[in-house]
Ligand binder design. Structure first.
Ligand SMILES: C[S@@+](CC[C@H](N)C(=O)[O-])C[C@H]1O[C@@H](n2cnc3c(N)ncnc32)[C@H](O)[C@@H]1O
Length: 277
């Protein structure tokens, strides 16, 4: 994602802050830099996702491809359950977090990490399970999304499963906007992150923005700003789209987020989809 796409996805107060062009403001791609580190920490506090994905793969140890693997929370859970995992992500920040996580969990030997664009990926082999989790599929639209679904199909072994999630539009769902503020601590530095989501189901889009201020021991403030766009599909629309790529939806599960989740997020309920060829 280039920086112009980031600025195009800013809304409300986030767009206002961007327009101020304050000193020491870093506008970065969404899963990179300081906000990438923050994102990885935030989602790793949500332990339900990896468990769900692992539970819906074949229980026999096999080969797993995690596309847009981020900091490796799902890939490492698969490796800990005995699978051999290849994780692919565009962001070096995310891949180094994934490598660290694999080492910490003692699964470095059964994991392979690639820093690459998943669009157009050709690994020349197939996998028993192909995962696109953490709403990653919904980051893609248009020809890149079509190309990504071709990548999924190309890497799926006969009889294999595809596991993915999205936040489907509900019938008559109104547009919403939510903002939450979360504390941020990185070493001696302290600050906050303002996390916002503007969801417009009738337009099929959710904008997610993050703004951080972090103050070092000398009182200097650094600002970080990012934003991205999720595509919001209907549940049936996604089923039809996958069918167009030869993928048949076998199961759909709603509402992954457990009420006791330690990670508050302004994201609506998710649907988790199991498909196969
Ligand atoms: C919403 S995060 C989800 C990460 C991870 N799957 C999880 O559940 O924690 C999306 C990830 O997709 C990665 N990503 C976005 N576009 C990509 C692309 N074209 N190729 C590879 N990775 C990409 C980002 O770097 C980020 O780590």
């Amino acid at each position: 994602m280039d920086i112009s796409e980031v600025s195009d996805s800013l809304f409300g107060a986030f767009a206002g802050i961007h327009a101020l062009a304050l000193p020491r403001t870093v506008v970065s791609p969404p899963f990179d830099g300081l906000l990438g580190v923050f994102y990885t920490k935030l989602v790793s506090m949500s332990p339900q996702d990896p468990a769900w994905f692992v539970a819906h793969a074949d229980s026999a140890p096999g080969d797993v491809l995690d596309l847009c693997c981020g900091g490796g929370r799902t890939a490492v859970a698969f490796a800990a359950a005995g699978h051999r995992v290849t994780g692919v992500d565009l962001s070096p920040v995310q891949i180094s977090a994934a490598e660290k996580r694999a080492a910490e969990h003692g699964v470095a030997d059964s994991t392979t990490w690639l820093t690459a664009d998943v669009v157009g990926l050709r690994l020349g082999r197939t996998f028993d399970t192909v995962v696109i989790g953490g709403l990653s599929l919904t980051l893609f639209d248009g020809p890149r999304r079509t190309a990504l679904l071709e990548v999924v199909r190309r890497h799926l072994a006969p009889g294999g499963r595809v596991l993915l999630d999205h936040t489907p539009a509900q019938e008559d769902e109104p547009a919403t906007e939510q903002n939450i503020t979360l504390p941020l601590a990185l070493g001696a530095r302290r600050g906050f992150v303002l996390l916002g989501a503007r969801r417009q189901p009738t337009h099929g889009v959710q904008l997610t923005n993050m703004y951080a201020e972090i103050i070092d021991a000398d009182g200097r403030t650094e600002r970080h700003l990012t934003g991205f766009r999720f595509r919001v599909d209907s549940s049936d629309g996604l089923v039809r789209e996958l069918a167009g790529h030869g993928l048949v939806v076998r199961e759909r599960h709603r509402d992954l987020q457990a009420p006791e989740s330690a990670a508050p997020t302004p994201f609506p309920a998710r649907e988790l989809v199991v498909a196969s060829a």
